[in-house]
Design a protein around this ligand. Sequence first.
Ligand code: NAD
Length: 424
Amino acid sequence: MAYIEPAPLMDKENPFEAMMSRFQTASQILGLDEQIYNVLKSPARQAIVSLPITMDDGRIRVFEGYRVIHSTILGPSKGGIRFDMHVNLDEVKALAAWMTWKCAVVDIPYGGAKGGVCCNPREMSAGEIERLMRSYTLSMIDIFGPDKDIPAPDMGTGPREMAWLMDEYSRTQGMTVNAVVTGKPIVLGGSLGRTEATGRGVMVTAMSAMQKLKINPYNATCAVQGFGNVGSWAARLLAERGLKVVAISDLYGAYHNENGVDIEAAVKYRDENKGSLEGFKGAESMPGEEILTLPVDLLVPAATEDVITSSNADKIQAKLIVEGANGPTSSKADSIINSKGITVTPDILSNAGGVTVSYFEWVQNRLGYKWTAERVNRRSDRIMKDAFDNVYKTAQDYKVPLRIAAYMVAIDKVAKTYKYRGGF
Ligand code: NAD
């Protein structure tokens, strides 16, 4: 069947609509049974809870929390908890489905979920956030569980919040259950290698794609947008493998050096400068948006969603785009990029190193054993490489872009599992 270009959406497209448009296209090409399509479209379970919290000034504020389980057909559901002002049920539903596809594409035995609380953690004290996280955990006590639904950090939450969740859950069970959540501090059973896992997966995906495109990493140049966890680790690991990282950027500035930016120096500068690259002296400053259109071999958008759109896609000069961020490319930009012959490894494949090592954290917790960083890295590299090869082969077989191929691999796996299990 010929590849059908996804119908371009209007300018107001958000990444979740973009995901649905690609889901539809992949389902059409697979010839997915309409009944299974309808099953996959709808989340399995949605919980909305009210969380009354005593604030530091003694007043009680009520927050709304959500947990959406998109699918548990492949195993317990997995997905982060977001603390953010913009959290709403629709967004959580879309993000939960996204997790199903991400876990399926890297072939880890998890379904997809997502949770969130509409709040502004930047304006809350540690005590208020702790009470909110513990209350959220108690409200979700019949949903969470190491064999049922395993949360993780997302925007606005981190290891500290996961420790509170683990503790609160454990109290209700009368024993320590560290496998109920991932992204914990190392002392509580967090995994070595988790911090760099997503950036490392980006690197493995980029190296695999460059091999197919016959790009020699020692002659290749690269630009990385976003210099947080994903971007800085990806830049560092790509530089270690011989690529010349000629540009990096964050919210506060973009920096270009034709001879290659010293990534270690940039990381050190950022860490000593409250997380910002502003004023970095190892490269020349340039306008932030230009990082996407530099004449480089590899572009890694690792900042945020919707940065490659119909208004700049035409100017992109990279041969390869490896998506580190979630949803950096709009579906309208897809067709422009495809027509230019640029290869894109999609988010659900290239940033899945994080959820892969979260899965390893859960495996280690259940084994009651700790792996070395070397073992974690070796195993996650193999999963990422196998996933890339599988998606690449699907793209060749069906003559579709890698993005559609990744959705096809994921949807096919989930749909086949539904068919075998039946029970409708
Ligand atoms: P982070 O907060 O550590 O870093 C984000 C970086 O992007 C910061 O340097 C920030 O200044 C920069 N940034 C934000 N908006 C920007 C813009 N418009 N232009 C340039 N720079 C901008 O976040 P992170 O954990 O590195 O996540 C980055 C992306 O990767 C997000 O889309 C996230 O959802 C996705 N992701 C992260 C993980 C993970 O394990 N951390 C896993 C999968 C996907």
